[in-house]
Design a protein around this ligand. Structure first.
Ligand code: FAD
Length: 342
């Protein structure tokens, strides 16, 4: 599984392109958004569709942050089990978030269809894999909590899990049919194109340097120009960089890296994830794997892309897929953080 590595697969395999010149003049808008990932582009799309004038400023290119680097699992919940979400957020907010996330894949699939986004959408479910006996106990408890909340989740034994994944390394799995996978960079770019079609303005290579509140307006400085707007959305997530602003987002940086093989030959594709599910496991130092439309195996794990991550993964299906030709990494987030700017 080692060999030459050649950067982020999603950048090579994306067929979606965005036209977004740098900011070259002062501008006014109802809403200015800093950050061109899922958050910024989805917000721009919705606000523009409701008639607002919107400007998105992205320091690099659309999907430069987590949105263009992630595993592409379209999940119906968080890493945390429902009970832990309620314990952290309180009953009302926790249950509200769980309900919203339960419907999130449906929203993603419908957006992809409505906006005709070419992003390898595969709504075939996800498998949360037990890497150990305690991992299986954890999934049994998640299954119990999920069913209690009306989720259509199913618990599979080791045999069925091996039939689906092509690996006997797992003790069982929790299948969520609402979930699935996408090509995440294509999805981020597709949202940006949809926002542009809806009338939003988007500027790449436009790193915001300073944000000030003057009267009832935000003044956002980038590329030597100023954008003035009544509302501001700071959508920089863990990629927040170089902005002089009163309140900074708080996060703990943890790397997650991924490796992709060359397309697998047909016999292997028939054995490994032939149902197209996306997978991750119950280990504290988590691993993930999935395939893409060309039949590449894409393996991920917490850590940076030095190669040690691959050695520490359970002997999953990756063991038989051949050498990796690409790797990349990024900064994921666990529980969404939102807040109002003063
Ligand atoms: C390796 C990895 C795997 C993951 N796997 C999954 C998964 O399978 N499923 C899932 O649901 N989630 C996953 N996540 C999390 C998911 O990717 C993020 O929650 C999501 O992409 C966040 O989107 P965002 O738009 O909020 O932020 P980002 O996509 O991080 O976008 C922030 C943007 O802000 C821009 N920016 C920063 N500073 C400035 C500035 N000064 N001026 C202008 N622009 C600026 C950055 O360039 C960046 O493009 C994963 C994340 C990573 C990194």
């Amino acid at each position: 599984m080692t060999g030459r590595v050649d950067g982020n697969l999603w950048r090579t395999s994306s067929a979606v392109h965005v036209e977004a010149p740098p900011l070259m003049a002062d501008a006014d808008a109802d809403l200015v958004i800093i950050g061109g990932g899922f958050t910024g582009n989805a917000a721009a799309l919705e606000a523009a569709r409701r008639g607002a004038s919107v400007i998105v400023l992205e320091a690099e290119t659309v999907g430069h942050g987590g949105s263009g680097r992630n595993v592409g699992l379209v999940n119906a919940g968080l890493w945390l089990a429902p009970r832990d979400v309620v314990a952290q957020m309180g009953q009302d907010a926790g249950l509200k978030l769980i309900g919203l996330l339960a419907d999130a894949p449906k929203l993603v699939w419908s957006l992809i269809e409505r906006e005709n986004i070419d992003c390898e959408a595969t709504p075939n479910g996800t498998l949360h894999l037990a890497h150990s006996t305690p991992g299986l106990r954890n999934l049994e408890e998640r299954h119990r909590q999920g069913v209690e909340l009306g989720a259509p989740v199913q618990l599979f034994d080791a045999l069925e899990t091996a039939r689906r994944t092509g690996s006997r390394a797992f003790y069982g799995s929790l299948f969520d049919p609402r979930a699935g996978t996408i090509q995440p960079l294509s999805y981020a770019r597709g949202l940006a194109c949809a926002a542009l079609r809806a009338g939003a303005r988007l500027h790449e290579q436009t790193a915001v340097k300073r944000v000030e509140r003057i009267g009832d307006r935000w003044q956002v400085m980038a590329n030597g120009h100023t954008v003035r707007a009544r509302s501001l959305l700071l959508a920089t997530n863990a990629y927040f960089k170089g902005i002089d602003i009163a309140v900074r987002p708080q996060f703990v940086a943890v790397n997650y890296c991924q490796f992709a093989t060359a397309p697998m030959p047909e016999p292997l594709r028939a054995e490994i994830l032939s149902g197209g599910e996306g997978c991750w496991d119950t280990a504290l130092v988590m691993s993930s794997f999935r395939t893409d439309k060309e039949g590449r195996m894409i393996l991920g794990g917490i850590g940076d892309a030095g190669g040690g991550v691959l050695r520490s993964m359970p002997a999953g299906p990756g063991a038989s897929c051949g050498r990796c030709t690409r790797n990349w990494q990024g900064l994921p987030s666990s529980i969404p953080g939102t807040g109002a700017l003063p």
